[in-house]
Design a protein around this ligand. Structure first.
Ligand SMILES: Cc1cc2nc3c(=O)[nH]c(=O)nc-3n(C[C@H](O)[C@H](O)[C@H](O)COP(=O)(O)OP(=O)(O)OC[C@H]3O[C@@H](n4cnc5c(N)ncnc54)[C@H](O)[C@@H]3O)c2cc1C
Ligand SMILES: NC(=O)c1ccc[n+]([C@@H]2O[C@H](COP(=O)([O-])OP(=O)(O)OC[C@H]3O[C@@H](n4cnc5c(N)ncnc54)[C@H](O)[C@@H]3O)[C@@H](O)[C@H]2O)c1
Length: 465
């Protein structure tokens, strides 16, 4: 059978419609470059975040918190998922439209695979297209790791975060293996919707990278909401029953079990490179399967760049966005200062449990281990008189903690478990980046009633040594 192959050429080829890829593609097309963007799934224009990641999960946080006692759990959940679908499909269409709106940009739907260091094929057989470009950006994201637990991969109750987001049937019970970002956010969401939730975490406590007081405060809130949290466990097997799966685990030398209607592994995500045929392009990967990059995000082939989760950096949308800036400086920034990934200072993070936990910079334990002279300010949200907002929205749980350099008065780190944490932390991170001191943050003027105005008070609540 005769097959025809369409051949396209471009100035820049972008593989993957994720945050970094689309940000770079827009800027390059805007600058008049001919850009071809290849995305393997018509369900993923815009990438993970707006389709199956941050946006739908945060909308579910919103819906789950808005549930009233009189709402019937399953009906309310189905309505919430419908709301999420409406938003994600609008965002998806918007993403495609915006890219197609550039005269010099072309979007191709299909899986890209390298043929040589300047060429990829997309699709197979008669529908095959080849694209050749002198510059290539790889932005293929990450996918969940399924841990090697006997019976887990075969279980008919196994679900991914995408399945949970897209399925409008609320599972009566959910067992989550892994208590990191994804595990705790889904635990909080599904518990608030009314499911029985158990989290099985291998580490001895939740949030092992946080200071113990902060991790404990978050754990108390989650447990107080009715989430069953088991730490220091080793999950040993999964077996299916008719409606549920039985998960076996070892804890303190004993073998125990827990049943769940749905079973979510949330033990990390790995870079997506399987189908790219990177060897054909001579692009090297690390021992952990990420594409190896330098500080300008150039791969082992300097005309090929890797952005976002696939390059093994921190897996956050805003990091992928910043990766695009780094790459754009290389491609468009002639003569200008060229950013690198090592320029990043005070990158904040937010875990969207309820209330959220946002962090930036050093922990108290780290600062002490480094031998720094520090002051530690800490106050419970309920006690922050300068922050009546917590009372006006009836969410007074949590704690604010700051680590301040005792000599320079500079903020070294913060952990904010509080309503609006995801907003306040950005102000704190900005201050850290630009040398604004704790006293200046304290003495600034903020709107009222807001959460930020808690800064007027908390720096004076120094813990006794
Ligand atoms: C449930 C969930 C919630 C999250 N919440 C947050 C949050 O609140 N805040 C936050 O900052 N981060 C969050 N993250 C992480 C965040 O979503 C990712 O870090 C971010 O989306 C990574 O973007 P990216 O640019 O690397 O690529 P992605 O957005 O993952 O895009 C990669 C694209 O490449 C496509 N692709 C893959 N292989 C090929 C190929 N061979 N050919 C063509 N196309 C291909 C994929 O289909 C995909 O569309 C969350 C993640 C999940 C799963
Ligand atoms: N709000 C956000 O910004 C957000 C939300 C969701 C996901 N994300 C991103 O997605 C990434 C992936 O999330 P994740 O939660 O899957 O990974 P993670 O690395 O954040 O957490 C994985 C957790 O699983 C535990 N674990 C590993 N193997 C285990 C096992 N066999 N049994 C029990 N526990 C085990 C680890 O100790 C860890 O606590 C995150 O690191 C983050 O970058 C971000």
């Amino acid at each position: 059978m005769e097959t025809t192959t369409e051949a396209l050429s471009a100035d820049v080829l972008v593989i993957g419609f994720g945050k970094g890829g689309k940000t770079a593609a827009h800027a390059l097309a805007e600058a008049g470059r001919r850009v071809v963007l290849v995305e393997r799934s018509a369900h993923m224009y815009g990438g993970t975040c707006p389709n199956v990641g941050c946006v739908p999960s945060k909308m579910l946080v919103h819906y789950s918190n808005a549930k009233r006692l009189e709402d019937e759990a399953r009906e309310y959940f189905a309505k919430s998922v419908a709301g999420v679908r409406a938003l994600t499909s609008a965002f998806r269409a918007g993403n495609l439209e915006a890219m197609n709106g550039h005269e010099t940009a072309t979007v191709i739907t299909g899986e890209a695979s390298f043929v040589d260091e300047h060429t990829v094929t997309v699709g197979a057989g008669e529908d095959r297209i080849t694209v050749t470009a002198p510059t290539i950006l790889i932005n293929t994201g990450s996918e969940p790791v399924i841990p090697a637990i006997p019976g887990l991969a075969e279980s008919s109750h196994l679900v991914s975060s995408t399945d949970l987001i897209e399925n409008d049937r609320l599972p009566a019970s959910l067992v989550i293996v892994g208590g990191g970002y994804l595990g705790l956010e889904f635990a909080s969401i599904y518990r608030h919707f009314g499911a029985e939730v158990t989290v099985l975490e291998a580490a001895d406590r939740l949030l092992p990278r946080e200071d113990e007081d902060i991790a404990l405060a978050a754990t108390e809130i989650l447990a107080g909401d009715g989430i069953r949290i088991l730490t220091g466990v080793r999950v040993t097997g999964v077996s299916d029953n008719e409606d549920t799966a039985t998960v076996s685990y070892e804890k303190d030398g004993r073998t125990l079990t827990v049943d769940g209607h749905a079973l979510l592994p949330a033990t990390g995500r790995r870079p997506v490179t399987d189908h790219l045929n990177l060897q054909a392009a001579g692009v090297r990967t690390t021992a952990r399967g990420a594409i190896e990059v330098d500080e300008h995000l150039r791969t082992s082939r300097p005309h090929i760049y890797a952005l976002g989760d696939v390059n093994g950096g921190e897996q956050f949308t805003y990091v992928s966005f910043d990766d695009a800036r780094v790459v754009l400086d290389q491609l468009l920034g002639e003569g200008k200062l060229q950013r690198t990934v090592t320029d990043r200072v005070a990158v904040p993070h937010t875990l969207f449990i309820t209330p959220p936990l946002a962090t930036v910079g050093l922990k108290e334990t780290q600062a002490r281990a480094e031998g720094r002279k520090i002051k530690v300010s800490r106050e419970k949200v309920a006690d922050i008189v300068a922050m009546p907002r917590a009372y006006t929205v009836e969410e007074t749980r949590g704690v604010w903690k700051f680590i301040v350099d005792a000599d320079t008065d500079l903020v070294l780190g913060a952990a904010l478990l509080t309503i609006d944490a995801q907003e306040i932390i950005n102000t704190v991170a900005l201050a850290m980046r630009h040398g604004i001191t704790a006293t200046q943050l304290r003495d600034s003027i903020y709107t009222h009633p807001s959460s930020t105005e808690g800064l007027n008070e908390v720096f004076d609540k120094v813990l006794p040594e």
